[in-house]
Design a protein around this ligand. Sequence first.
Ligand SMILES: [Zn+2]
Length: 242
Amino acid sequence: MIEILLFAVIGLCVGSFLNVVIIRVPKGESIAFPSSHCLSCNTPLKWYHNIPLFSWLILQGKCSFCGTKISIQYPIVELTTMAIFVVAILKSETLFGACISATLFTMLLALSVIDLKYKAVPDSISLPALIVSLFMHDFLYSLNGALLLAGGFTLLRMFVSWIIKKEAMGEADIIIAAIIGATLGVELGLSAIYIAALISLPAFLIVSKKGYELPFIPFLTLGLFITWCAQTQILKILEMIL
Ligand SMILES: [Zn+2]
C-alpha cells in the first residue's frame, strides 16, 4: 500500500517535469534552465506554484502574476503520469520491472503529447525509450520482438507507400513498432497494433473530413498500454481464435 502511494506521488512529480519536457524539447531548449516561468509574462514561478496538480487547482488554472490561463494540459499530463506509475507498480512482479515500465510508458506519453501538439517525434526521446523497452523482458526475447515488428512495419510502410504513391507513416512509427515488439513480443505486439488501428479509426474518420492529419503515435501508445495491462485476457482470446 505504501509502495503504491509512493509511486503515485513520484508519478505526479515526474508528470510535472514531463510538462517541461513537452514544452521545451521540441523547441530545442534546455530542460534545466531557465527555471520554471510563466510562458506569457515570463515571471519566474515561486516554489509553491510548482506543486504538481495542487498549484494548478489553487491558482484555478491562471498565472498568479498576469492572470493568463494555464493550459489544462498540465494537470492532465500530471494525472496521466500518476496513473501510469500506479498501474506499473500494480502490474509488475518486481520493483525493477515497475521502474522500467513506468519509465517506458512515461516516455511514450511525452512522445504522444509532442506528436499531438507539434506533429514531431524527437529522436532524443524515442531512441532512449527503445533502449528502455529492451529491458521489459529477457533481453534477447525483447530484441527479437523489436526486430521482427520493426521489420514488419518497414515492409508494410513500403507497401502502403507504393499503393498510395506517397510516403506513408513516419520513421518514428517504426521505432514505436520496435518498442511494442520489445515490450509484448510478436503475437501480443500485433494485437496492440490492431487495437491501435481500431481506436484510431473513428478519430481518423472525424478529422480526415477537416483535412487534419492524425498523428498515429498516441494511438500506438494507447494500444500498447491497453494490451500490456490486459495481456492475460488478450492471450486467452487469441488462443480461442487461432
Ligand atoms: Zn504570467
